[in-house]
Write a protein that binds this ligand. Structure first.
Ligand SMILES: NC(=O)c1ccc[n+]([C@@H]2O[C@H](COP(=O)([O-])OP(=O)(O)OC[C@H]3O[C@@H](n4cnc5c(N)ncnc54)[C@H](OP(=O)(O)O)[C@@H]3O)[C@@H](O)[C@H]2O)c1
Length: 270
């Protein structure tokens, strides 16, 4: 009979990048509830402290590690601090991501390209490499990369982000193929629209009332007539982090309320 404890994360050590809010925070809370010790990392210490306090208030264990994941020396700092505290890394969720500005492919400049790529692809790659070296020596581990539906279907005016998220899907496959012999499973979760600060940034150029209307119109147009919530993503992350997914690697779970089956654009124009 299937052993339900396979879904347990008891005493496993997890790192969640971008764990201070939104999807990453939801995953950090979920991991803590399933028994993991969770290191949360992002740039703003006070937001991380608030997340850690909430985890501890529910009886969980949390470590706060402020860092910019687009910078290799800061990535090494994260890995060092987690190893100092817990001595191992069982799970890495590469969730930190940015889409700082949007606009036509005709207007993208080098600074925008570097900002998005340094975090969404370079940081994710080297974070995975650093954690995988530890996991290999331990005898296994789990890496979960947060891509996006935009990694499947480019969004007009969101080109660099879309390209970076397609790259995330390939990083997953490249790492999964090479690391399978070391019992390291690497998978992608590709969310559709989810209610977070990043989601709201789609309407940064509109006055608040118009932004509210545009968001409501998007909700109405979506196949399920709603935008997702971070908790809609957490269950898949728990599965991919747990022993229940021991034979699942190099693949991707799209969680989008059928967004990719529709013709709904996130935004009409910029
Ligand atoms: N929301 C959606 O609709 C949606 C859809 C598809 C995919 N996604 C993906 O899901 C992931 C999470 O997105 P979200 O919507 O939860 O976004 P969010 O609410 O904006 O949260 C982003 C998180 O990443 C952190 N972060 C940003 N830049 C960072 C950096 N340079 N170094 C370290 N941490 C950094 C943020 O904290 P600080 O700013 O304090 O650093 C925050 O914790 C992203 O990879 C995003 O692309 C989101």
């Amino acid at each position: 009979m299937f052993d339900l404890t396979k879904f347990s994360l008891k005493d496993k050590v997890a790192i969640v990048t971008g764990g201070s809010r939104g999807i990453g925070q939801g995953i950090a809370f979920g991991f803590a509830k399933f028994g993991a010790k969770v290191a949360v990392t992002s740039r703003k210490a006070e937001d991380l402290e608030a997340t850690a306090a909430e985890i501890r208030a529910c009886g969980g264990e949390a470590l706060v590690v402020p860092a910019h994941i687009g910078k290799i020396d800061e990535i090494n700092k994260v890995i060092g601090k987690v190893l100092d505290r817990y001595g191992r890394i069982d799970i890495l969720v590469n969730n930190a991501g940015a889409s700082p500005a949007m606009g036509s492919v005709l207007d993208c400049d080098e600074r925008l390209w570097d900002t998005v790529m340094n975090l969404n692809m370079k940081g994710l790659y080297f974070m995975s490499q650093a954690a995988a070296r530890v996991m290999k020596n331990q005898g296994g581990g789990k890496i979960i990369n947060i891509s996006s539906v935009n990694g499947f279907k480019p969004e007009p005016f969101v080109s660099v982000y879309s390209i970076s998220k397609a790259g995330v899907r390939m990083i997953t496959k490249a790492f999964a193929a090479e690391l399978a012999p070391y019992n390291i499973q690497v998978n992608t979760i590709a969310p559709g629209p989810v209610n977070t600060k990043m989601m709201d940034s789609h309407w940064w150029n509109l006055p608040p009332e118009e932004a509210k209307k545009a968001k409501a119109a998007l909700e109405e147009a979506l196949p399920m007539h709603r935008i997702g919530y971070p908790d809609d993503i957490t269950g898949a992350a728990v599965y991919l982090a747990s022993d229940a997914s021991a034979y699942t690697t190099g693949t991707e779970i799209v969680i989008d309320g059928a967004y990719l089956l529709s013709n709904v654009p996130f935004v009409e124009k910029y």
